[in-house]
Structures are given as C-alpha cells and as structure tokens.
Design a protein around this ligand. Structure first.
Ligand code: ZN
Length: 488
C-alpha cells in the first residue's frame, strides 16, 4: 500500500512517512482512562485524537487493530509510587467494592464516548484482566538484570538500564536533571534510587486489590500494564502508541525502558502525543475550580459555562485545533464551533436537494485532493475543516443558483462531505450521538410542530389524535399564546 501519510514521531522529533511493519495491518495502542471519576475535556481530546487516527487509517484502507485500555488497578496518587491506588481510594470513600467503582465510571466513560461519536476500539483490555501477562513481563525484566526485589516488591533499576541503554530518550529528560529535581529518598524507602519505579508492589494489609505472585501477594505498577497489554495483542513490535502529553513522562518513558529491558528492543515505531487543554488560558485542575466534566459540558451545568454544548460541537471544537497545539477552552470558541456545526448541517441539507446541470462552474476534484493532503500532513484537521467550510460556501452558491454543477461533480462533492466530515472526522450531522434526554425533547418538539401544521391546515382530527397519542405516553400539552408548552 502506497501511503503518503506523515506523522510526527515524538521519539525522533520529526514528521516521518508512515510505513506499517506488516501492511495492510496496523497496530495502534492508546492509553485509556483510569476509571475513578467522570471523564473531562482532557479525556475527550485524547479519545477524539486517536479516534480520528483510527478512522483515517481505516479510510486509507489499512486493517487497524486499535487497542485502548482501561486502567483499573495500580495507578497510585503519586508518580513516585506513593499514595493510595486511585480506584481503591474512591472505593473506600464511597464504601464500594473497587470493581463497582470501575464498572460505574467505565459505563459512564463509554456513554460519553458514544455521545462524542468516538468509535469503540477493537479491544479494550483491563489491567486486572492481565495480571499474569504483567507478571510474565516483570519476570523477563528481572531475568535480564534490570529489576531487583526488595521485601516482596519489584523495582526497575533505572541507573543500570541507563548505563546500557538510554533512559529519557522519549521525553528528552536527563538523568542528572531528574535526580536534582527529585526529593532524596527517606530512610524507609526500598528503592536503590529515587528514579526507580515499581513493577510489582507488595500489598500492605489495608490494600484490598491484590494477587498472588512469586514475589508477594501484591499488585502491578501502573506502567507495566500498557507494555504487557499492547504487546500481547499487537506483537512485541507494533506501529503506533498514542496518548496525551501528560503521559509522556514518566509513563511512556517507563514503557520504553520496560520493553527494551524485557524484550530486548523498542516495541513502538511511532509515538504520538496530543497536547493539553487549557481553560481561559489556565491549566485545568480540580483545585483551580475550572475542572469541567463532559456531563457538565453537555448539560451546561458548571459556573464557567454560559450554556450547554452539544457533544458534536465539542468534537468539532477539538478538531478545529491541530492535535499537537494546546487547545484553549472558552465559551466564545465553543459558540463559534456551534455556528460552524450549524453551517455543516445546513449545507448537508441543501446538498441533498441540489439539482445537477449541464456544466460545472466549480471543480470538486481538486478539493478532494486538498482534503487528503491535509490529513496526510500529520492529521491537520483544522486545514481539512477549512476546506470543508469552503465546500459549504460552494453548496450555498449552487443552491442559490449562483453556480452550477454536473451530476458527476455533485456526486464528488457529496462523497467529500460524507467521507471526510462523517467517516474521517466523525462529525455526525444527524443527531445520532445525542443523549436520550436531548433526543426525546427534540422528538417531542418535532411532533408538536407536525400538530401545529395539522391545525393550520384545519385538520383538527389529526391534531387531536397527535395530542391523544402524546397523552398516552404521559406527555401533556397546553396551547398558549406563545406557542405550545408540554410536560412529562
Ligand atoms: Zn498507558
């Protein structure tokens, strides 16, 4: 397959022509959420970024196996292997079984992804379902001499590894700088060096998530799950590993070290990272009071929000910035995306009604090439969207009779709209992504509009029938001076 797709490889710090290891198959792995709370804008950006990559690779004809994991054990509060497991902490506070917390937030995450029109991955492995695979990898790392066992816990020996290989090659961080920025180890620490990270931790008596192992009754470190699960499903070497820039260090740096130590080589050909979201220019954080969950965003239910935003508006907003740029959230920018989405919806409606004529005053074939070039240039979705907005201008002009188009070119224009806007960018114009509540509300509205139409045509029998049918569903309607009101 002849691909002209260039992607920016975080490891080499340049755009590279994408060449899969075993075409037409592509192995894609992206780190999924740690499911202990509601998904927020940061989750949405990462999921949408790699969803678009998944969609575009499939559009190019590749057979993509996309793995997005669920972290349900081992992610501690601090990167220094200290603090409580995030899921266990939530379970303790809520007085729930940890797997109840996991199931609850995983279900909510899936609902948010459906609303955002994010396709489900090919496989969604969970860390707790792959304890044996993680133990097998840890064993390999110990056998290779890059990990040591202390009191039933296993730690990766970063200094030993760095002497033979290069720790920090992904993030560009240097061991000396890292050491001077790290607190000196206190006497009770089991680690030889503060940069060492846990592969397996012995569970203390208060820890309720633990499994037997040859080292201790315990649980895996966070980084080892992604190395174990990606290679289980994609092979020891695979094409693309993605994630948010916040995962670059230490999470992905540690993944590289684990692969090289355990398998003797790098597992990943291309590393891709999406940039972060800021809110009115400020970093998003629970302590800053600007932490907005997707549910709050979709419902307009946060003091920062001037209104609610449809999930498709949020998706379009995310794609209007290149994935490697920071994306600043503000009401104004989301409202601009809302207008943009409306333009697409109106253009799609007009496109369905346009009549072709004898000759074209416009040439959609060059437009298709421009769209492809934009995506081939490291997924340049803002440029692609600019071309698609240009297409809406054409559609408006044809619809207004200012331009004409042949049947062939009209088909071409329709194809560009359906392939790039819907298939590649995943922008749904049909409302299929709406939440049940929104959809019900809009359905009732449109039925009431039909009833008003019937009344205007003096068809009072039909108007009454519509009212009675709605009554049967528990919906009462009241005709007022300002139109029809209804309640369930
Ligand atoms: Zn990961």
């Amino acid at each position: 397959m002849d691909s002209k797709l260039y992607i920016y490889n975080t490891l080499t710090r340049k755009k590279e022509l994408f060449k899969p290891i075993n075409p037409p198959f592509v192995g894609l792995y992206a780190c999924g959420p740690t499911v202990y709370g509601d998904a927020h804008l940061g989750h949405a950006r990462q999921a949408v970024t790699f969803d678009v990559l998944f969609r575009f690779l499939s559009f190019l004809g590749y057979k993509v196996r996309y793995i997005r994991n669920i972290t349900d054990v081992g992610h501690l509060e601090s990167d220094a292997d200290e603090g409580e497991d995030k899921i266990q902490k939530k379970a303790r506070i809520e007085k729930l079984e940890p797997m109840e917390v996991v199931q609850y937030y995983m279900n909510r995450y899936h609902e948010n992804m459906r609303q955002l029109n994010v396709l489900p991955p090919s496989i969604e492995p969970r860390a707790t379902g792959h304890i044996i695979e993680q133990q097998q990898l840890i064993k390999k790392i110990i056998d290779a001499g890059y990990a040591y066992i202390v009191n039933g816990s296993v730690y990766f020996d970063v200094m030993k590894y760095d002497a033979d290989h290069h720790y920090g090659k992904l993030s560009g961080r240097k061991i000396d700088d890292l050491l001077s920025n790290t607190r000196a180890l206190e006497g009770q620490s089991e680690k030889k060096n503060p940069l060492d990270f846990a592969l397996w931790k012995k569970a203390d008596p208060a820890h309720i998530m633990h499994w037997p192992s040859e080292w201790s009754e315990g649980y895996p470190g966070w980084h080892v799950e992604c190395s174990a699960m990606s290679t289980k499903y994609l092979g020891v070497e695979f094409d693309i590993h993605g994630g948010g820039m916040d995962l670059l260090f230490p999470h992905h740096e540690c993944e590289i070290a684990q692969s090289v130590a355990g398998y003797g080589k790098d597992s990943v050909r291309y590393w891709m990272h999406n940039n972060m979201i800021t809110i009115n220019g400020q970093k998003m954080g629970r302590s800053l009071g600007n932490f907005i969950t997707l549910d709050q965003l979709f419902a307009g239910n946060h003091e920062i929000l001037e209104q609610s935003y449809d999930p498709m508006v949020v998706r379009l907003f995310i794609l209007q910035a290149h994935y490697r740029s920071t994306l600043d959230f503000s009401n104004e920018s989301l409202q601009a995306s809302e207008k943009g989405l409306k333009r697409f919806i109106q253009a799609a409606e007009k496109l369905g009604k346009i009549q072709a004529s004898g000759h074209s005053t416009l040439d959609p074939s060059t437009l298709g090439k421009k769209c492809l070039d934009a995506m081939n240039d490291d997924l340049n979705t803002p440029v692609l969207l600019a071309h698609l907005f240009e297409a809406t201008k054409w559609i408006n002009a044809i619809s207004a009779g200012q331009e004409t188009i042949t049947t062939n070119d009209l088909d071409g224009l329709k194809k560009i709209f359906s392939s790039y806007l819907s298939a590649v960018l995943g922008i749904s114009l049909t409302g299929q992504n709406k939440t049940g509540d929104n959809l019900a509300e809009e359905l009732i509205r449109s039925i009431l509009n039909l009833r008003t139409e019937a009344k205007n045509k003096q068809d009072f029998a039909l108007a009454d029938r519509i009212r009675n049918e709605l009554n049967k569903l528990g919906i009462t309607i009241k005709d007022g001076k300002d139109g029809v009101e209804w309640e369930i």
